[in-house]
Write a protein that binds this ligand. Structure first.
Ligand code: ADP
Ligand code: MG
Length: 735
């Protein structure tokens, strides 16, 4: 391992592509446009597939109906227009023996791509045209261009790697392969940061063999262990960054030791409590419901973190309706028992206002001692700070936070603006913010510390209702400890979900809305998502409300809520809906997250296929929040199979974690990981679902490497510099 001649990946990252033999200015520019600037980048352009030339189909063996990949050379190209006026390009290809005709419709550019002499792989179904075998519109991978390329015979091995050809940049798979092969040869032996002892239990091959195996497999199948090793490295780098970040946090942490008694959590409603008891005891003793077993268990985690010396850094995952708010409130009171303030951040003003209202309701009558007031006692003070709180009121609240006369502040994340200071901030709760990245979380913690005159790190509890498969959570939230609320409060009934396609099903959907309203319940109608235009979306919601109020739902009190309304209008409408003055709320997705109106028992989602699976599950979660039987109706005809699959999945299960798995499978990791998937840190080979064992192995290894801090960590840190920016590197790595 400490072989001085072996190359580090970072050294390869220092070699610009134009140092390679056949790369001049033009090709370097083409590569640059694909995001490839150095030799390391080149090595991480992975083949899309492989052709096993020992098992190649001869054209003479092909029959009509076969689906096949054929490797052949273009011998003739022409184009003409069909009678319908479509462009048709006709290409004849030969494998040295027989030939076959391939036709392309509406792809005029194929005439310029598939010049005589081009060798390519054509993948498609063999059809029959007037008794002749023919392929129509196959998938094409150009492997050898017609001109100007050296055809190094040594590259035509038994297995040929096919690279994603870039039509735009004008580089063929063959050229890419050539650059990569030269890179590999010149790189020679690569330093493997992992020792034999580290690799063996995970069945990982060494790094040099892995890069050769994936790009130039000698035998078909060699690419499999190669991929495994390289995928592992991708996970390892991600997990190491998280583990290092964690170490830094812990080293620099100045946690608060809250004084909360875990046994207080066992106080059940109706228990005898006195004025001298802690807030937590008085709150739980006076509450409407008993904690669910899951809430009790999660609070145990939370309280243990809070009383411990390190700042809490915890994610609470709980399906919609599992009762995360109660967990948060209890924790905030625990903080207040030590005279420390709390912040509750919501993603929208509507949600912030809802939290304010429910906190004030739940905490009313709960007294805290305060020497500054007459009688030495006052009610717990919960205040709102959002963009629309007027200046004067805002000044009063900001003043109260600094003095300590405000205990809990609720708001959107604009809440921590510069003028906001706390007397003593103990806890920050972020609700429904799974889009918050690792970096944002650490910034938030710094802000908390700066704003509290104790100079200590407030505890952090992040809550999300979007269930995330465990593997994805490890990548997205690997810097957090995780607790899961995996139980709904007792008495909940499964929401009945119907995909209403036929006219009579749609009629019964609206009838259901009328019936439920007649029984004193309430309904949501979600209007179609209009991509990219809030205005048009709002207009269509306005129209839909008018239509429903005059047709299907005539005679009912139908209200409207959309994103273009002013905040106070929104608040008014939500209050009317809560109070039952509005029975049916026609809304855009503004209600997607967190809105809690227990009497709502029906939700109708129009053009449901336009929404993502997680979003649909969130929307559905607006009902079924009480003991009433609830219903969800999905309307609309999906234009594609994906849409159908989403609706079917939703009908099939109410379980958010199951849906999250389906979602991951359908969409792949890219969209799920969102902002994390940037630049070089992409998971190019690793798959969260099928490579779960690798991810777990990487997590364990990363933790032990950081712990033992030996030369393999030093080697990995060097390589991580390829993936993190300068600032991060300074922060994460020991100098
Ligand atoms: P979410 O986890 O989606 O944020 P909420 O905290 O809004 O869920 O809770 C959903 C509903 O369940 C609320 O109406 C809340 O009052 C109720 N609830 C929470 N905890 C319990 C419990 N232990 N028993 C009964 N109902 C509960
Ligand atoms: Mg919630």
């Amino acid at each position: 391992m400490s072989d001085a001649s072996a190359r580090r990946l970072r050294e390869l990252g220092d070699v610009p592509v134009d140092k390679l033999r056949h790369i001049g200015e033009k090709r370097a520019a083409a590569l640059e446009s694909m995001g490839i600037s150095n030799v390391f980048d080149l090595l991480t352009v992975y083949p899309r597939r492989y052709i096993d030339r020992t098992r190649q189909v001869d054209l003479s063996d092909l029959s009509v109906g076969d689906e096949a990949a054929i490797f052949a050379e273009v011998t003739k190209v022409s184009s003409r227009r069909t009678r319908q006026g479509k462009v048709m390009v006709e290409v004849t290809v030969s494998d040295g023996g027989e030939s076959i005709k391939i036709v392309f419709f509406n792809q005029g550019w194929r005439e310029r791509q598939l010049l005589v002499g081009v060798q390519a792989l054509f993948f498609g179904k063999v059809g029959d045209y007037r008794g002749q075998r023919q392929m129509a519109n196959p998938v094409v991978d150009v492997i050898v261009g017609a001109t100007g390329e050296e055809r190094d015979p040594s590259r035509v091995g038994r297995v040929v790697a096919i690279y994603p050809a870039s039509g735009k940049a004008g580089l063929t798979s063959w050229e890419m392969g050539g650059f990569i092969e030269e890179s590999l040869r010149r790189a020679g032996r690569l330093l493997d940061p992992l020792s034999e002892t580290q690799r063996a239990p995970l069945a990982l091959i060494d790094r040099t063999s892995a890069y050769w195996g994936i790009h130039l497999p000698e035998n078909f199948g060699d690419q499999v262990p190669a991929r495994r090793r390289l995928a592992f490295d991708e996970f390892l780098r991600l997990q190491l960054i998280l583990a290092l970040r964690r170490r830094r946090l812990e080293e620099s942490a100045a946690g608060i030791r809250h004084s909360i008694d875990v046994h207080d959590l066992d106080v059940a409603p109706g228990s005898l409590v006195s004025r001298e008891d802690t807030l937590v005891r008085r709150f739980l003793g006076g509450h409407r419901f008993t904690l669910t077993t899951a809430q009790r268990r999660v609070l145990d985690d939370v309280v243990r973190d809070m009383v411990g010396p390190l700042p809490m850094h915890r994610l609470l995952q709980g399906d919609v309706g599992s009762g995360k708010t109660l967990v948060a409130v209890t924790a905030m009171l625990g903080s207040l028992d030590g005279s420390r303030q709390s912040v509750l951040m919501a993603p929208t003003e509507v949600l912030a206002e809802q939290h304010l209202a429910s906190l004030r309701r739940d905490l009313s009558g709960l007294m805290v001692s305060d020497d500054a007031v007459l009688g030495g006692e006052r009610e717990v003070s919960v205040q709102l700070l959002t963009g629309r709180v007027r200046t004067k009121e805002r000044q009063a609240i900001v003043g109260g936070l600094a003095r300590g006369s405000v205990d809990i502040v609720v708001g959107t994340h604009a809440l921590l603006s510069d003028d906001v200071r706390f007397r003593s901030l103990g806890l920050i709760v972020i609700d429904e913010q799974h889009r918050f990245g690792v970096e944002q979380r650490s910034r938030l913690r710094d802000q908390g510390r700066e704003r509290s005159n104790e100079g200590a790190d407030p505890d952090l509890l992040v809550m999300t209702a979007t269930p995330i498969p465990r593997t994805a959570a490890m990548v997205l939230f690997g810097d957090l400890d995780v607790s899961v609320l995996d139980e709904l409060p007792a008495g909940r009934r499964a929401i009945e979900t119907t995909w209403a396609r036929e006219d009579d099903e749609i009629v019964s959907c609206w009838q259901r809305v009328r019936d439920e309203v007649a029984a004193g319940r309430r309904a949501y109608v979600i209007c179609p998502l209009v991509e990219g235009s809030d205005k048009i979306e709002a207009t269509s919601a306005v129209d839909e409300r008018t239509r429903l109020a005059t047709h299907e739902l005539r005679g009912l009190a139908v209200g409207l809520l959309h994103g273009q309304m002013k905040s106070d209008e929104k608040e008014l409408v939500m209050n009317q809906f809560r109070a039952g003055e509005i029975a049916v709320l026609v809304a855009t997705v503004v209600i997607e997250v967190g809105v809690d109106v227990p009497e709502a028992s029906v939700i109708v989602i129009e053009d449901a296929w336009r929404f993502g699976l997680a979003q649909l599950h969130q929307l559905r979660g607006r009902v079924g929040r009480s003991e009433f039987q609830s219903y969800c109706y999905l309307l609309g005809t999906p234009p594609n199979e994906d849409g159908e699959a989403r609706l079917n999945a939703l009908v099939a299960t109410n379980d958010g974690f199951e849906l999250a798995d389906v979602d991951l499978e359908m969409r792949g990791e890219g969209t799920l990981l969102g902002a994390r998937q940037q630049g070089r840190s992409d998971l190019k080979l690793a798959k969260l679902k099928s490579d779960e064992d690798l991810l777990l192995g990487a997590q364990t290894l990363a933790a032990s490497m950081v712990e033992s801090d030996d030369e393999s960590l030093a080697a990995m840190e060097d390589e991580l510099r390829l993936f993190v920016d300068e600032d991060d590197a300074t922060y994460l790595f020991k100098s």
